[in-house]
Write a protein that binds this ligand. Structure first.
Ligand code: NAI
Length: 364
């Protein structure tokens, strides 16, 4: 019997290619894992009528640990995001996204080393929405006006942005605790408390309260999200661990990925008290899906985070070292990295990159 059983959700688009590359690399690194494959995503919705079957949720609950490829969400209409549903159903309240320069990956800076901690269960992702013109939207508009809270145009669609004391305290506490355990020195809270006083204002107030408990051990500061974006692009070295409400964390993750070479190398994890589901930051990349062009590094580094979580740090480190070695050598890199490095060399396929990584692991 394998030492660990992990639920594997290949998902949509390039997920099929990147998760299969990830499995090969994890096996070459010597991890003893049995994969229990489960279905989710847009292609799953076509096959079985739902984008997130109950069996998939049960499989993650049973194994406690999962890893997924991206799942596509229709824009504007159609079913709600599988990711949002998984995070809410399993209360995976932390979205953890380390952002680390890999020499040779074409990043804008050589020395980025920061960690994004994004709240994963509320904010504008709560899914509380009212369609424009619906009786509920009109009633809500009337309510707002009756309470002299402002005016809303009658032809408005409405998304509600709840930010709670409970969720804010636990995500900020996670960020500080993570900083302590990982030997980091500062937590920054990003927000728009100057404009949204009762949601982002609450987030900042509670973050300051939680910070008091870590005084003298971990420093704390805060940034307004727009200034934060400029600061990140100009000098990411001023940040260490950054904690965000859900939406800003989502946007900042892609921005940060862009600083180190792009979405192809940005890993992540969704973590809760009972379960954890690991996944790359990127989406299903329909523009390159099925063409063997995807960069599987992000999924592979997400697997390294999963191995850390499973207590297999040595295997995780072997994978990270092999990734660094392949990038440093500069051969067999995929098209996204070739573009980021402005290299004239022919891009490798997803398969060729994976083979180079497996060779590196076998050599090591
Ligand atoms: P995307 O991340 O799929 O693609 C953005 C751009 O980055 C595209 O040009 C794509 O080719 C490129 N790219 C992304 N990952 C890459 C990789 N590993 N290697 C090489 N190039 C890569 O974002 P987009 O286009 O906004 O979303 C497509 C679909 O993915 C949507 O349905 C969206 O809802 C879903 N999505 C799912 C996520 C998840 O499951 N965690 C996260 C983000 C988006």
């Amino acid at each position: 019997m394998a030492k660990h059983t992990v639920t594997l959700i290949p998902g949509d688009g390039i997920g099929i290619e990147t998760t299969s590359a990830m499995q090969e690399v994890v096996a070459a690194a010597g991890a003893d894992i049995a994969w229990e494959v489960a279905d989710a995503g847009a292609e799953c919705a076509e096959r079985c009528g739902t984008p997130l079957p109950e069996e998939t949720i049960e499989a993650v609950k049973r194994n406690k640990v999962g890893i997924k490829g991206p799942t596509a969400t229709p824009v504007g209409t159609g079913f709600r995001s599988v990711n949002v549903a998984l995070r809410k159903t399993l209360d995976l309240y932390v979205c953890l996204r380390p952002v680390l320069s890999i020499p040779g990956a074409g990043g804008r800076y050589d020395d980025v080393d920061l960690v994004i901690v994004r709240e994963n269960t509320e904010d504008l992702y709560a899914g509380v929405e009212f369609e424009e013109g619906s009786p509920e939207a009109l009633e809500l508009i009337r309510f707002v006006e009756e309470h002299e809270a402002g005016t809303i145009r009658p032809d408005s669609g409405i998304s509600i942005k709840p930010i709670s004391v409970t969720a804010t305290r636990r995500i900020v506490d996670y960020a500080f605790d993570y900083a302590l355990k990982q030997g980091r020195s500062k937590v920054t809270a990003a927000h728009k408390a100057n404009i949204m006083k009762h949601s982002d204002g609450l987030f900042l107030r509670e973050a300051r309260e939680v910070a008091k408990g870590y005084e003298g051990r971990i420093a704390f500061d805060d940034r307004i999200i727009d200034a934060f974006c400029m600061n990140m692009v100009m000098d990411p070295s001023q940040f260490d661990v950054i904690v965000f409400p859900n939406l800003y964390g989502d946007i900042a993750s892609d921005l940060a990925a862009g600083l180190v070479g792009g979405l192809g190398i940005a890993p992540g994890a969704n973590i809760g008290a009972d379960y954890a589901v690991f996944e790359a930051v990127h989406g299903s990349a329909p523009d390159i899906a099925g063409k063997n062009l995807a960069n599987p590094t992000a999924e592979i580094l997400s697997a390294a985070m999963m191995l850390d979580h499973l207590g297999e740090q040595a295997t995780a480190e072997r994978i990270r070292a092999a990734v660094r070695a392949v990038y440093a050598r500069g051969e067999h890199l995929t098209g996204d990295i070739r573009r980021a490095t402005a290299s004239g060399e022919a891009p490798a396929t997803c398969t060729e990159f994976t083979e180079a990584l497996v060779r590196e692991l076998e050599r090591a």
